[in-house]
Design a protein. Structure first.
Length: 265
């Protein structure tokens, strides 16, 4: 049976994306969740004592990129697991092709991390006085408000639809072989970046080295990608980001998880 026939058979049976977690592929799903758990453990260890609040210094490029990749695995593997499992079922090829697919996915997020690091480096040179007591607080609030607005844009809607419909994505972009698996993983990662970049910007704004805010953002991403009430999820996320932005601008001390630079908390 070809991958198209397999997909059409599954679709005809009315099983939908959730059918990917069948008995034959539960091991793959569990493996991704286990890797995510290890990623959380490792990342939290690396971040210990490094949360300096909004716009925390990112450290050296090599250190940041290694932490960033593990962080993306921790945050994204649970929500991308159905797509990877479905790809494994449809590919009918080497057992390593799902690994190649995931590698392509992480390559895209690694590229996003490089862009984030370079952006932070350029910003520190162009506008060095972004301390919290000057423009930093307003930049943090504005970033959160921008992220809230992006949740309601057509581009967000398109990107999220690709993330929430793994069968449609795979059928529309299928490539055979290992190179095809890599290309499809990169493309799936690109849709994911398009869906989540504003939420990631919010993480940087609130404190990228904070496990608490990392967990909050990861939770919002998982809710948007997995809950059946899509519009409720996006509007709810927008409302949360809006509330966070207003609180940062009006009363940052009201956020117990926020490390306010210069405070004694």
């Amino acid at each position: 049976m070809t991958y198209v026939e397999s997909a059409q058979s599954a679709a005809g049976a009315g099983l939908g994306p959730a059918y990917a977690a069948t008995r034959a592929h539960l091991g793959l799903v569990f493996a991704l969740f286990a890797l995510a758990a290890v990623g959380w453990w490792w990342t939290i260890r690396q971040m210990r004592g490094m949360d300096n609040g909004p716009w925390t210094d990112l450290g050296t490029f090599g250190w940041f990129l290694s932490v960033w990749i593990v962080m993306m695995a921790a945050m994204m593997f649970p929500s991308v697991a159905p797509t990877v499992a479905l790809y494994a079922r449809m590919s009918r090829g080497s057992r390593l092709t799902p690994v190649v697919f995931v590698t392509g996915y992480l390559i895209t997020w690694a590229g996003a991390g490089v862009i984030a690091f370079l952006t932070a480096m350029v910003a520190s040179q162009v506008a060095p006085d972004l301390a919290w007591e000057h423009a930093g607080r307003f930049l943090t609030g504005a970033t959160l408000l921008l992220a809230a607005a992006y949740e309601l844009t057509p581009l967000k809607n398109v990107c999220l639809s690709k993330c929430r419909s793994p069968l449609g994505f795979l059928l529309g972009s299928w490539r055979d072989g290992w190179s095809g698996a890599l290309r499809m993983g990169v493309k799936n990662g690109a849709w994911c970046v398009g869906c989540c970049w504003a939420l990631m910007a919010s993480l940087f704004a609130l404190g990228v080295m904070s496990p608490v805010w990392m967990a909050v953002v990861a939770g919002l991403i998982a809710i948007e990608k997995t809950l059946p009430w899509r519009r409720t999820a996006t509007y709810g996320t927008a409302a949360i980001l809006l509330a966070l932005g207003v609180l940062v601008l009006a009363a940052p001390e009201a956020l117990p998880a926020l490390t306010v630079p210069g405070s004694m908390r």
